[in-house]
Design a protein around this ligand. Structure first.
Ligand SMILES: Nc1ncnc2c1ncn2[C@@H]1O[C@H](COP(=O)(O)OP(=O)(O)OP(=O)(O)O)[C@@H](O)[C@H]1O
Ligand SMILES: [Mg+2]
Length: 253
């Protein structure tokens, strides 16, 4: 394994579902400590791209290289590679029958083999970091959506990932709860976490992302500094998408 310049590198990635080609040759990389936001219309392939990065979906062709390890190599230790990637979904996917603390402990015990005491210590540290330490002994149903999502973030962080993937982490939340989750994500970014974030939160993307990638129809239309892609997009498709998301009353397509 050679030292990796990129945290993750995606080369000529294609994904078909039967005859439907959802990713049509995606190329980009995220460097260590970078935050890259992916924006684009519904159905453009954003979730599929994220799912190919942690091999929840098997790419049809192309390469995904995580810290210098090619995940798309048939001989790779997939489980070891997956452990390096944390994923936070729109739906928080917490175990309802376990307390918050148990939710953050379980994968550390089963996947990393940490002792119960160590896993609990690390769980508490991460619950503290996301501001829900007081809820350690509560069950997910007793938490707000924003608190549940922060627990899901703590659960991912407890695994010491090299890369965090977020797929619309605030889309299922009531508007007044979105800010708390974005604040936690902003803090992670400031601490140097490498993050690939699918989001419709343009203010977050503009303020926090190093780069913004605009996808449409399974291709990357535009990839550049956040201020440029959001503030001064070059492509007509990016412009019309941004008009729609920044002003939902706009009806042109
Ligand atoms: N498992 C699957 N089987 C068949 N088609 C799929 C599957 N997963 C996704 N697709 C299709 O792939 C395309 C891209 O889906 P994807 O979920 O990646 O889009 P997206 O950009 O994340 O959209 P959204 O913003 O609505 O979440 C869609 O046409 C979708 O129907
Ligand atoms: Mg999606």
């Amino acid at each position: 394994m050679t030292p990796a310049a990129h945290a993750v590198e995606i080369r000529n990635l294609h994904k078909h579902f039967g005859k439907l080609e959802v990713l049509k040759g995606i190329d980009f990389a995220v460097d260590p400590g970078q935050v890259v936001c992916v924006i684009g219309p519904s159905g453009s392939g954003k979730s599929t791209l994220l799912r190919c990065v942690n091999l929840l979906e098997q790419p049809t062709s192309g390469r995904v290289v995580l810290e210098g390890v090619e995940l798309t190599d048939p001989d790779v230790d997939i489980d070891a590679a997956r452990r390096r990637v944390g994923m936070v979904f729109q739906q928080f996917n917490l175990f309802p029958h376990m307390t918050v603390l148990q939710n953050v402990v379980i994968a550390q015990r089963r996947v990393l083999g940490r002792s119960a005491a160590e896993a609990r210590r690390i769980a508490r540290e991460n619950l503290e970091k996301v501001g829900v330490a007081a809820k350690a002994d509560a069950y997910p149903a007793q938490l707000s959506g924003g608190q549940q999502q922060r627990v899901a973030i703590a659960r991912a962080l407890a695994m010491n990932p090299a890369l965090m993937l977020f797929d619309e982490p605030t889309s299922a939340l009531d508007p007044e709860l979105v800010g708390d989750v974005l604040t936690v994500m902003r803090k992670l970014a400031e601490e140097g976490m490498t993050m690939l974030v699918v989001t419709h939160e343009m203010a977050f993307a503009r303020d926090v992302a190093d780069r913004v990638v605009f996808m449409d129809g399974g291709v990357i239309v535009e990839d550049g500094p956040a201020a440029q892609v959001i503030g001064a997009p070059r492509h007509e498709r990016t412009k019309s998408f941004l008009r729609r998301v920044l002003d939902p009353t706009h009806t042109d397509v």
